[in-house]
Design a protein around this ligand. Structure first.
Ligand code: GDP
Ligand code: ZN
Length: 305
């Protein structure tokens, strides 16, 4: 096809984003081949896992034209911007360990993001070989009580408790760095991270950074998205009502507060605070909700400054 003709009749191809670094994306086609794509203008609303249409601009390069409808989208946001973590995932795996210590608040934020985004969470306590792990496991009872799946593994030795839960899923791994995500990926897909290191170099044109999400294949129907270590997980995009709904144990009590527009922070006659004082809602959960509510309200106030 001549250049003039291809410009007149651009052919659109479809593929899936398997690596996202800055504004560079690696698209995988159905036959497993890859095309390095840029976006038009400053568009940055594309996530790893997205299915997109693109046009070739060279043999192995192209330009993304559109994003196909997503089944799910996991993202976080702070006062300044939104950060897409992964699209079209069926499950979020929250990786934690006794050492370095994990933050309940981060777990609660991830769980709230999952509830809001309609994605199933799975909490994985890694490094179960450590002596401190028993106490960490006990501390996770709160999440089991809420109905969340919680398992324990030792990524260094044995990940079999996790493998059946990955079958036919597109999972995204989230967690603070140091929890053992890379170790886990190496165990599940030997050699994958070495190949990914090459990918990041190619996509970043020599910049030595590995901050970017990538989608890896466990088998034909099971996929894993690795996202950069998460230390913060802002949820400014979730409004106050939806934030309360994202705490599963609040749901049956919402609407029972004295004030119809109760924010469950300081109001008298709050059914959520009452349930907490009776031990029916864990103090750490209410504290996480309140922090999220404060952050959301501050962000909203700034919009009207
Ligand atoms: P990432 O930052 O989440 O990717 O974490 P890494 O995979 O780099 O692991 C961080 C540290 O934890 C490394 O020193 C690993 O060797 C260690 N680690 C990972 N998994 C285990 C495990 O199951 N048991 C123990 N004891 N250490 C582990
Ligand atoms: Zn209330």
């Amino acid at each position: 096809m001549t250049e003039a003709k291809s410009r007149a009749q651009p052919t659109l191809h479809t593929g899936q984003v398997v690596a996202a670094f800055g504004r560079s994306y690696r698209i995988e086609l159905a036959d497993g081949t890859h095309v390095e794509c840029a976006t038009r203008g400053k568009r940055s609303d594309i996530a790893c896992g997205d299915r997109v249409t693109f046009q070739h601009s060279g043999d192995n390069s192209g330009v993304i034209e559109s994003i196909l409808p997503r089944s799910t989208l996991l993202y976080r946001s702070d006062a300044h911007k939104q950060k897409l973590i992964a699209a079209n995932v069926t499950q979020v795996i929250i990786v934690i360990a006794a050492v370095p210590s994990f933050y309940d608040d981060l777990i609660n934020r991830c769980l709230a993001a999952c509830e809001h985004g309609g994605i199933a969470p799975l909490i994985v306590l890694n490094k179960d070989d450590l002596p401190q792990s028993a106490a960490a496991w006990d501390a996770l009872a709160i999440y089991r009580t809420l109905g969340y799946r919680v398992i324990r593994i030792c990524a260094k030795q044995d990940v079999t408790p996790l493998t059946p839960l990955l079958e036919n899923q597109t999972s995204v791994l989230v967690g603070q760095s140091g929890m053992g995500k890379s170790t886990l990926i190496n165990r599940l897909i030997p050699g994958a991270l070495l190949r990914v290191a090459e990918t990041s170099l190619a996509l970043d044109s020599g910049k030595h950074t590995t901050t970017g999400a990538r989608l890896l294949h466990i088998n034909a129907s099971s996929h894993l998205i690795d996202s950069p270590g998460l230390q913060v997980f802002g949820l400014h995009h979730i409004n106050l009502e939806d934030t309360a709904q994202a705490f599963v144990e609040f749901r049956t009590r919402l609407g029972q507060c004295r004030f119809r527009d109760c924010t469950h922070r300081v109001e008298p006659g709050c059914a959520i605070a009452q349930a907490c004082s009776e031990g029916r809602i864990a103090a750490a959960r209410l504290a996480s909700y309140r922090t999220l509510a404060e952050e959301g309200l501050r962000a909203k106030a700034r919009q009207y400054d």
